[in-house]
Each structure stands twice: as structure tokens, then as C-alpha cells.
Write a protein of this length. Structure first.
Length: 369
């Protein structure tokens, strides 16, 4: 006789025993679900503690670099015509919106006579983003800064790279975050994060990145005049992770973006190359930071606004406070950057969805809890 299975069946059991057996199976299943739910809850709590850690370390770094933490408004009348990612609202009979970014208010603080040279802010930002993707939400945590510079806007690139490396390394090094890192590992994730072997974030130009996509990633439709798609960013991220030439890293910077892909506030290359003095930082195959040198001349700012499609009137009521600060305060050369805190955490932990790095995610389908 061959034993095919030693599993317990219901054969030969009384109806009462069979009911007890089924109840035990249900109980075991429920217990497994509870254990799984508890494990996921512990992992989620740990992720949120790491989100807090990123903000804590960022404030520590920025304060050490001479930045003032300025709390800018999230209610504003600044709405850019043609941009459909603003949340519009009725503000006592006037048109208002929720802030997409805090750049304009921080720029206004840099004018000579205001007393600020370096300012930053951390807080919620809002985008009327209809896409339901693993990288987009309608509300997220943003860290943004503006700074004057001594020589070139590359000082802002270096500061952003240094900030991210500091936060990522200290989060993994300090004892106070170790329990959270271990617990967060229970959450579905990919391989461990790779810092650049040289300790320095590699930089490539926009055109070089497009060339690598065509030659190394077999993405022959990666044309130079179009922005990166999500798939192209992911492919670049995988290539840089495996490339010894670039340091086998999960973080790198792309510079010299085409000017037409950037906002009117970005300074174009004065040598006529068609590029802007602008950069993005890619982490785990997706953009986590975007910055540029910002126009500081009142005349150039007005020209850039009028040249935009559709054009913006720099003398309109909603713009007069912004443009007027450039005219009245003799704005110094400066640059700024915005960083998505949730995406940084997503990249560090290798989470497949940015919602997993958020306490109560908001997207086009979710307005609760």
C-alpha cells in the first residue's frame, strides 16, 4: 500500500467533528491573516517613522548649511494659465488655488534688503494629477529651497546631491533608525539601495542620457527634444545601477535640460545651445528632485513670461507681487530645487509604489480616510 497523502480529510468524521475541523481551519486562516496584517501594519508604521527621519535629517542638514526654515502659504492666487494641474478653489468670491510649489514666495524673500540668502520649506504640496501610477499622488511632502550663489548655479546642484547623500546615509547609519529600517524590510521591496562607490553623485547631460538609452538600453525612440518617459527613467536607473563606468549607483544627476522643457523662470544657456541651466536627480529610476538657476533680472523675467505659450502678463494682479519684488528689490543671482520626500523614501526602501511611503495617500480616486 502506498501512502499518497497524510492530510486529514473529513471522511469518517461525525457532523459535529467535521464542523469543529472546518472551524479550526477558518481560525487558522484568520490567525494567518491577522499575523500578516500585523506584520504589514508594523512595516507601514516603520516606513512612516523613516519619513519623519528624512524630514528631521533634512532640517539638520539645511540648518547646518546656513538655511532659514520659512513657512510659506499653501493658499495662493497664483495660477499659471495653461497648467491644468492646479487645484482651483473659491476663496471668498475670488479665484484661489492650492500651492503646487513654494518657489515664488521663497524667491521673493531673496531680494536685497529682505535679509535672506538661503531659505527652505518642508510641507504638503498639491497637484491635480489624474494619472493613477506608482509615482504620482495629488498631495505629497515637498522639500524646496532657494539660494543665492557665489559663482555658478552648480552650487545648488552640489548642495542637493549632498543633502540627499547625507539623508540617505545617516538614515542607515544612526542607531535611532535601525529598528524602523528592519521593520520596514518586511514590506515588499527590491534590492538594497546602492550609493555611488566614489561617494560622489555622477552627472550626465540630457543628451548623453538620451544616447545611453538608445545605445545601451535599446530604446531607439528616445529622441533628444522630448522629456524622459517613466520607462526611460527606469531603464536609465537600471543601467546606472549596473554600470561600473558610472559607479554602480542608484542615484545620479542629469543636467542641461532643453530650455523648452523647463518653466519660464529657468535661465537659458547664454551661449545659445538651446539648453537651460537646469537639472534633475534620479533615484531608483525615477525623478526625486528638479531644480535650476532662476531668472533674477526683472526685464528678463517679464520677457520670459510674455514669450511663454500661452503668454503670462507680468503686470496682472496675480503676478504683480511676484514680479514687483524683482523690480523693487534688485534680486541677486539665485537657484532653487524641489525634492519629493515620499519618492526619496520610496527609492531608499525600494518600494514599488509611492503610496506605500505615505500615511494617508491621496490620488484621483482617494479622498479618505
Amino acid at each position: 500500500m502506498e501512502l499518497l497523502s497524510n492530510g486529514i480529510s473529513g471522511a469518517g468524521l461525525s457532523s459535529s467533528d467535521r464542523a469543529d475541523q472546518q472551524a479550526q481551519i477558518r481560525l487558522d486562516s484568520q490567525m494567518m491573516k491577522v499575523e500578516r496584517d500585523v506584520k504589514e501594519a508594523v512595516g507601514k508604521a516603520a516606513i512612516l517613522k523613516l519619513h519623519s527621519g528624512i524630514c528631521e535629517l533634512a532640517v539638520e542638514f539645511m540648518s547646518g548649511q546656513g538655511f532659514d526654515w520659512i513657512h510659506t502659504p499653501r493658499l495662493t492666487d497664483l495660477v499659471i494659465d495653461g497648467d491644468n494641474e492646479f487645484f482651483s478653489l473659491d476663496y471668498f468670491g475670488r479665484r484661489g488655488s492650492l500651492a503646487q510649489a513654494t518657489q515664488f514666495h521663497k524667491q521673493m524673500l531673496l531680494g536685497k534688503g529682505m535679509g535672506f540668502e538661503r531659505v527652505f520649506d518642508i510641507g504638503p504640496l498639491f497637484r491635480a494629477e489624474k494619472r493613477l501610477s506608482s509615482r504620482h499622488m495629488t498631495e505629497f511632502t515637498g522639500l524646496e529651497f532657494e539660494m543665492t550663489f557665489r559663482e555658478t548655479y552648480e552650487e545648488a546642484i552640489h548642495l542637493t546631491e549632498s543633502l540627499l547623500l547625507y539623508v540617505l546615509s545617516e538614515l542607515q547609519r544612526r542607531d535611532k533608525y535601525q529598528d524602523a529600517l528592519v521593520a520596514a524590510a518586511a514590506h515588499p521591496r527590491t534590492d538594497a539601495f546602492r550609493s555611488p562607490q566614489s561617494g560622489k553623485v555622477p552627472r550626465i547631460t540630457f543628451r548623453e542620457a538620451k544616447r545611453l538609452l538608445r545605445t545601451e538600453c535599446s530604446m531607439h525612440d528616445a529622441v533628444d527634444h522630448e522629456d524622459f518617459t517613466a520607462e526611460q527613467e527606469a531603464a536609465l536607473g537600471q543601467f546606472m545601477r549596473e554600470s561600473a563606468q558610472y559607479g554602480k549607483t542608484d542615484i545620479f544627476t542629469i543636467v542641461d535640460y532643453p530650455a523648452h522643457l523647463r518653466g519660464f523662470w529657468s535661465v537659458p544657456d547664454p551661449h545659445g545651445s538651446g539648453t537651460a541651466r537646469a537639472f534633475d536627480i534620479i533615484l531608483r529610476g525615477q525623478e526625486v528632485a528638479s531644480g535650476s538657476q532662476h531668472v533674477h533680472s526683472y526685464e528678463q523675467l517679464c520677457h520670459a513670461m510674455l514669450k511663454r505659450d500661452p503668454p503670462l502678463d507680468p503686470t496682472a494682479d496675480i503676478w504683480k507681487h511676484y514680479t514687483g519684488s524683482f523690480k523693487a528689490n534688485n534680486m541677486p543671482p539665485h537657484a532653487g530645487c524641489g525634492i519629493g520626500v515620499n519618492r526619496v523614501l520610496q527609492g531608499l526602501l525600494g518600494l514599488s509604489n509611492v503610496r506605500d511611503a505615505t500615511a494617508f495617500p491621496r490620488d484621483a480616486l482617494h479622498l479618505a480616510p
